[in-house]
Unconditional design. Structure first.
Length: 211
């Protein structure tokens, strides 16, 4: 008699358990699908990073730059993702990474990417940079940048500098972050990490912005 009375409840519980099991399985499949779709992007970025590191190491050896470390910025990545890499050339590995803003080309909000070496463009310039002297200016503690390629050799005249701004988060975010007028702008804490490297280096440090 008791079994008959509770039979509907047992059936409902069994159905609910089956549904939850199926739901969990679907979520697992979705999770695996998301990882798979993101994988190729991450793999491509990692391959490019490794390739740039190889080229950067040869460059630093030939040109008398710091051969132990360099800074690499991958403009293919979303600005809300870590795309400024402190790269250890000796260990062939990323020592640290952080967010960095790109230039808005003096648009209210730049969709996608535009690059320019033109004075007054407000755009990011791709290429290798020599990190120069530090100074305290409009954006606080900053480093002058000297463009080493035909794509960025106006950087010094354009006052494109490495500096920090509070609008740049300390950790990754889902959305795009703020945009600059062409300067590679990082978070205040991340600048402190860069500062400890730049200011103790006996040779110039290479910064390379690429896509």
């Amino acid at each position: 008699m008791k079994l008959v009375r509770f039979l509907p409840i047992i059936i409902i519980v069994a159905i609910a358990a089956s549904w939850l099991s199926g739901s969990a399985k679907e979520k697992g499949n979705l999770s695996r699908h998301i990882k798979q779709t993101k994988g190729p992007v991450a793999d491509k970025s990692n391959r490019e990073l490794k390739q740039k590191a190889v080229e950067a190491k040869l460059f630093t050896q030939r040109k008398g730059y710091n051969e132990n470390i360099c800074f690499l910025i991958d403009m293919n990545l979303a600005s809300g993702k870590n795309r400024f890499f402190i790269y250890d050339l000796e260990k062939d590995s990323v020592r640290a990474q952080g967010l960095v803003a790109h230039g808005n080309c003096f648009e209210y909000w730049l969709e996608g990417r535009k690059y320019s070496n033109v004075i007054g463009s407000g755009c990011t310039s791709l290429g290798k940079y020599k990190i120069g002297n530090s100074y305290t200016g409009k954006w606080g503690y900053s480093y002058k940048l000297h463009g080493l390629d035909s794509t960025n050799n106006n950087a010094f005249e354009r006052t494109v500098v490495l500096h920090a701004h509070s609008c740049v988060p300390e950790t990754e975010v889902k959305d795009e972050i703020c945009q600059s007028n062409g300067c590679p702008t990082v978070s205040p804490d991340f600048l402190q990490q860069l500062k400890s490297i730049i200011n103790t280096s006996k040779k110039p440090v290479l910064l390379w912005i690429y896509e």
